[in-house]
Design a protein around this ligand. Structure first.
Ligand code: ARG
Length: 586
C-alpha cells in the first residue's frame, strides 16, 4: 500500500504541475496543533521564483485536490501548507493496513543488491564485546533491507590471515595445553598468543622464531598450513555457537585468506597505473591533490601543515595488508554479486582506513565507483560505569559468551520473581528472549556513532525505552486476546469508524511504520526504528487506558480488537527487524 506521505506528495505534484517542476516533500508535523503532515514546497518555489511564499501557497491550495484525505489545507508561518487527516480516510487506511502483509511498507522504487560486511571477527581470538555491535547492527540492517525488498548478501569477512599466526604457531608448538584446548579452544589460543607476544618483547630469539614460522606459513609449509586450518576450524565452531544463540546467519563466510591469490595482481595493477608509488621500499597510495585538503584522506594536519598520510598497499617486506585485501575483496564481490551497495560495519577507529580504501577504489575503478555506494557504517564504543572502555573488574576484555550468559541469568532472576508459579523451563525460555533482546536493544537504541555506557539495570528495566518495555506491550496485547477467547465471540464483521482521539492517535502511529522503516536505510540507523517502536508502544498504552476494549459494545469491541492485533503485529515485526524475539507471556 502507498504511504500517506507519498499519497500527499502525488497530489501536490499534480497541483504544482502548471507552476513549476519540483519534487515536493511532505513530512509529519512535529506539533499536532499544526495538523499531521506539512510541506514546504511553496517556500522552495518562492525562492526559485522570487515570489511571496504565502501567496504561492494559496495558489497551490486552490489547485490541490485532497478531498477525502484531509480537511481544507492551512497555510502557516512563512508559507508551510499543513494537512489534517480525516478520520474516515484514516479508517480506510487502517483497513488496508490490517490486510497488508508488508504492514504498510512500500516496495522500493528499485530493488538493490546490497552486501552487508559485518561481524568479521579475527580467528584465534575470542569474540569480545566490541564485535557485538558489528554483529547486532549488521544483522539488523540486513533484516531491514531484506524486508523492504532488497536482495541482500550477508558476508562475514573473518580475519584469518595476518601476523598473529606467527605467534600462534610458535605458541602452539611449544606451549600448548592439549586439555585446555579441548575444553575451551579460543581461551587456550588466546593464552598462548599473549604468552608469546609478551616474550617477543623481551627476547629477540622468540621474535625471530615467530617471523620464521610466519614465513613458513606464507610459503605454504604443510605442517603450518595444517595447524592454521585447525585454528580456523576451532574458532569457527565457537563463532557459530554465538551466532546461533544470537539468531544471526550469513550467506558467505570468506576469510581474508580467501583473497590471497588476488593480492599480487591487484598490487601490480595499482603500480602499473601509477595509483601506487614506491616510498622507502613500500608501495603507497598518496594524495593526488584533487580533493580539498580537508576532505583528502591522504593528508593530515600536523603543526598547522598538511602532511602526507599514505595508504600502504605493499609493505617493504613484500607482504600485502588490510587495504590490499579489501581491494581484492571488492573485486571478488563485483565479479560474484554485482552489488549496488556495500555496507562495512566496523568500529569508528577504522574510519581512516575506509576513507582511504574508498578513494583508492574511485581511482582504480572509476566506472564501478560512480554507480556503487560504499558505506562505512561505523559505531562508537561500549563503555563501563567509569566511562572507560567496558572491561571486567580485573581489567580483561569481556568475552561475548560471558556477557550473553549474564544477560540470561539476570533476566531469569527478574522473571522468576515476577512469576514464582511459572514452571522453570518456561521461565528460562522467557529469560533467554528477554536477556538477549535487552542486550541487543541497548546496543541499537543509541545513535550508532556515539559511545554508550553499558548498564544492566537500565537495559533490563520494564520502564523507559527498553526491550522489556516493548516486549511487555506486546505481551499485554496477547493477554487481551487470551481473555477475549474466554468470552463468546461477537458475530460482528469489522466496520471501522474512528471517533476517540486515542484511537485516532494510535492509527496514525501505526500508519507511520511504512514511512519510518525506509528511513533506516538512508543513513543506516536502526535507532530510528527503535525510537518509533517506543512511541508506538507508548501510544498504545495511552489508547488502552482511554478506550475499553473487551467491555465495549460489540462493533466497537471488534474494531478495537483489530487495532490491538495490528499493533501487536507491528511491534513483533519491528522487534524482529532489530533481531529481537518476543515472548507470549512474561
Ligand atoms: N576483522 C576486522 C576487525 O576485527 C574487521 C573486518 C571488517 N571488514 C572489512 N572488509 N574490512 O577489525
Amino acid at each position: 500500500m502507498e504511504t500517506i506521505q507519498s499519497l500527499l506528495e502525488s497530489r501536490i505534484r499534480v497541483a504544482i504541475a502548471g507552476i513549476a517542476e519540483l519534487e515536493p516533500q511532505v513530512t509529519p508535523t512535529a506539533d499536532s496543533r499544526f495538523g499531521d503532515y506539512q510541506t514546504n514546497v511553496a517556500m522552495i518555489l518562492a525562492k526559485q521564483q522570487r515570489a511571496n511564499p504565502r501567496q504561492l501557497a494559496q495558489q497551490i491550495i486552490e489547485k490541490l485536490d485532497v478531498d477525502g484525505l484531509c480537511e481544507a489545507p492551512q497555510i502557516a508561518g512563512a508559507g508551510f501548507i499543513n494537512f489534517r487527516l480525516l478520520p474516515d480516510f484514516l479508517a480506510n487506511q487502517l483497513a488496508l493496513l490490517i490486510r497488508d502483509e508488508r504492514l504498510g511498507v512500500p516496495l522500493p522504487s528499485r530493488i538493490k543488491k546490497i552486501v552487508v560486511d559485518f561481524s568479521s571477527p579475527n580467528v584465534a581470538k575470542p569474540m569480545h564485546v566490541g564485535h557485538i555491535r558489528s554483529t547486532i547492527l549488521g544483522d539488523s540492517l540486513a533484516r531491514i533491507a531484506t524486508f523492504i525488498g532488497h536482495d541482500v548478501v550477508r558476508d562475514n569477512h573473518i580475519g584469518d590471515w595476518g601476523t598473529q599466526f606467527g605467534m600462534l604457531l610458535v605458541g602452539w608448538k611449544s606451549e600448548l595445553n592439549q586439555e585446555a584446548l579441548e575444553a575451551d579452544p579460543l581461551s587456550e589460543m588466546e593464552r598462548i598468543y599473549k604468552l608469546i607476544s609478551v616474550r617477543c618483547k623481551e627476547d629477540p630469539a622468540t621474535l625471530d622464531r615467530v617471523r620464521q614460522e610466519l614465513v613458513k606459513l606464507q610459503g605454504g609449509d604443510e605442517e603450518n598450513l595444517a595447524l592454521w586450518k585447525q585454528m580456523i576450524r576451532l574458532s569457527q565452531a565457537q563463532f557459530d555457537t554465538v551466532y546461533s544463540r544470537l539468531g544471526v546467519r550469513f550467506d558467505a563466510t570468506l576469510g581474508e585468506s580467501f583473497y590471497n591469490p588476488r593480492l599480487g595482481p591487484v598490487v601490480s595493477e595499482l603500480r602499473e597505473r601509477g595509483i601506487a608509488v614506491e616510498s622507502q621500499g613500500a608501495l603507497c597510495v598518496l594524495s593526488d591533490h584533487r580533493l580539498p585538503e580537508k576532505e583528502d584522506p591522504f593528508l593530515i594536519q600536523r603543526d598547522g601543515q598538511w602532511t602526507d598520510i599514505p595508504a600502504i598497499v605493499q609493505k617493504a617486506d613484500g607482504a600485502a595488508n588490510y587495504t590490499t585485501t579489501d581491494l581484492a575483496t571488492l573485486q571478488y564481490r563485483f565479479e560474484t554479486w554485482k552489488p549496488d551497495e556495500i555496507l562495512y560495519v566496523t568500529d569508528g577507529r577504522q574510519q581512516l582506513h575506509f576513507r582511504q580504501f574508498f578513494t583508492i577504489f574511485e581511482r582504480w575503478q572509476p566506472e564501478l565507483a560512480a554507480k556503487t555506494r560504499l558505506a562505512h557504517v561505523w559505531f562508537g564504543s561500549i563503555l563501563g560505569d567509569d566511562n572507560k572502555p567496558f572491561k571486567t573488574r580485573s581489567g580483561e576484555t569481556i568475552r561475548l559468551v560471558d556477557l550473553l550468559d549474564e544477560a540470561e541469568e539476570r533476566a531469569l532472576k527478574i522473571i522468576a520473581e515476577k512469576n514464582p508459579l511459572m514452571p522453570e523451563i518456561e521461565q528460562r525460555e522467557i529469560a533467554t528472549i528477554v536477556g538477549l533482546g535487552s542486550v541487543k536493544y541497548a546496543d541499537l537504541l543509541p545513535s550508532r556513532q556515539s559511545d554508550y555506557v553499558f548498564s544492566w539495570d537500565k537495559m533490563l528495566s520494564l520502564q523507559g525505552n527498553t526491550a522489556p518495555y516493548l516486549m511487555y506491550s506486546y505481551v499485554r496485547i496477547q493477554a487481551i486476546f487470551r481473555k477475549a477467547a474466554l468470552e463468546p465471540a461477537g458475530e460482528e464483521s469489522l466496520v471501522i469508524s474512528l471517533s476517540e482521539p486515542a484511537e485516532i492517535a494510535l492509527v496514525k502511529k501505526l500508519l507511520l511504520f511504512g514511512e519510518v522503516l525506509p528511513q533506516v536505510l538512508v543513513d543506516f540507523r536502526p535507532n530510528v526504528l527503535a525510537n518509533y517502536l517506543f512511541e508506538l508502544a507508548s501510544t498504545f498504552h495511552g489508547f488502552f487506558e482511554a478506550c475499553p476494549v473487551l467491555k465495549a459494545e460489540p462493533a466497537v469491541r471488534a474494531m478495537r480488537l483489530a487495532l490491538c492485533k495490528v499493533t501487536a503485529k507491528v511491534l513483533a515485526r519491528g522487534l524482529d527487524l532489530l533481531g529481537i524475539a518476543v515472548p507470549e507471556r512474561m
